[in-house]
Design a protein around this ligand. Structure first.
Ligand code: ADP
Ligand code: MG
Length: 227
């Protein structure tokens, strides 16, 4: 089943065309990776899906319903949740308090257990390592069905990377994930399908195998990284 459809979405900021006719879709249950260089439009795409920004034109559908331009609090209620590049955890609240602020249908304790947060439940936000903050930020969105995760690995210590992969795989068991991921190796490891953005346009969309062998991607994106 198609969960999310993005069709011909365009978004400009003054003279900058951040998204230039982006079309792709996300199937329920899959892990979909969004790749692209800095400034390619990845975060703007998330903002247009979740309603933080309204597209200039084009359509966003969720479970077949047109949600184009719907406000972020309403898309969240429909089950679309996102994390931010800058981790948003309250410094002056403990882990448990941060998590209790989100309204969950499931028990907060169960969510904390899945992300190994129980042992640090009474640590304050400003005492957490970046990796711990990222796990709290993930916990805060687990109530959604479609999770849009913006650069979850950035700033994460290489030694913590396998654990982070494990948390994402754990979340992928009962969520549909769309991940913005810079690191090519990680992207290919996690993705069921991928979309590659280049200057606001879709360069390629398909399975990791298709992306790996796509000539345009090879030339314009993977070439210098010699995959
Ligand atoms: N709020 C904004 N105001 C002006 N320009 C923006 C804004 N958000 C994004 N842009 C521009 O749109 C382009 C795409 O940005 P972004 O979506 O953040 O890229 P990415 O996340 O792929 O690095 C960039 O040129 C960026 O400067
Ligand atoms: Mg970004």
């Amino acid at each position: 089943m198609t969960l999310l459809e993005v069709e011909d979405v365009r978004r400009t900021f003054g003279g900058i065309v951040a998204l230039d006719g982006v079309t792709f879709d996300v199937t329920a249950g899959e892990t979909h990776v969004v790749m692209g260089a800095n400034g390619a439009g990845k975060t703007t795409l998330f903002n247009c899906i979740t309603g933080y920004y309204r597209p200039d034109s084009g359509t966003v559908r969720y479970r077949g319903e047109d949600i184009t331009g719907m406000r972020a609090d309403r898309t969240a209620r429909l089950g679309i949740r996102r994390t931010f590049q800058e981790v948003d955890v309250f410094d002056e609240l403990t882990v448990a308090e941060n998590i209790s602020l989100a309204s969950f249908e499931t028990q907060p304790r169960e969510i904390m257990a899945r992300l190994d947060l129980i042992e640090i439940h009474d640590k304050y936000g400003d005492e957490l390592t970046l990796f711990e903050r990222k796990r709290v930020a993930l916990a805060l969105v687990t109530d959604g069905d479609l999770l849009l995760l913006d650069e979850v690995f950035s700033g994460v210590n290489p030694s913590e990377k396998p654990a982070m992969l494990g948390y994402l795989e754990e979340l992928a068991r009962d969520h549909t994930l769309v991940l913005i991921e810079h690191d090519i190796e990680t992207a290919f490891e996690l993705a069921d399908r991928m979309v590659v953005l280049d200057q606001g346009r879709v360069l390629a969309h398909g399975s990791p195998g298709e992306i790996r062998t796509d000539e345009t991607v090879q030339e314009q994106y993977l070439g210098e990284m010699a995959i």
